[in-house]
Design a protein around this ligand. Sequence first.
Ligand code: FES
Length: 157
Amino acid sequence: MQIDMDEVLEILHRYPREKRHSLAIMQDLQHHFNYIPREGMEALAEYLECPLSSLYSMATFYRALSLKPKGKHIIKLCDGTACHIRGSVNLAGGIGRLLGIGAGETSADGLFSLELVNCLGSCALAPVMVVDDTYYGKVTLEKLPEILNKYREEAAG
Ligand code: FES
């Protein structure tokens, strides 16, 4: 993906050139691009005159920040105990077959990223999967295509 440096610079210039704003700037970059592009990190290091490595350590420390492009839709598949017992691993396999991705990966069309997460607090509905903010309970392999196709159709307009 080609990064528009004007957009990066516009975000950097929202803040004074002080290192204490680095996290806020990274959050803005993340919000804008859906991840923090390498070009954004480099421009930020230059802007704040600080080592790139210290920005990378900060970015990897905060789970909300991502250095890899993420899909338009984030699938969180619960792998807590209740969901695990009720087959979350099979669902991960099913998602893998349908989208060609494993945990931590993004589909080639950029539409979905898959994350395996801990208990989502809805164990009675296990196995649970959340796409963006929508919860799906008692998910089965049979229901997966229908759920995912909804997002594909939306994207196709
Ligand atoms: S273990 Fe999955 S919702 Fe609790």
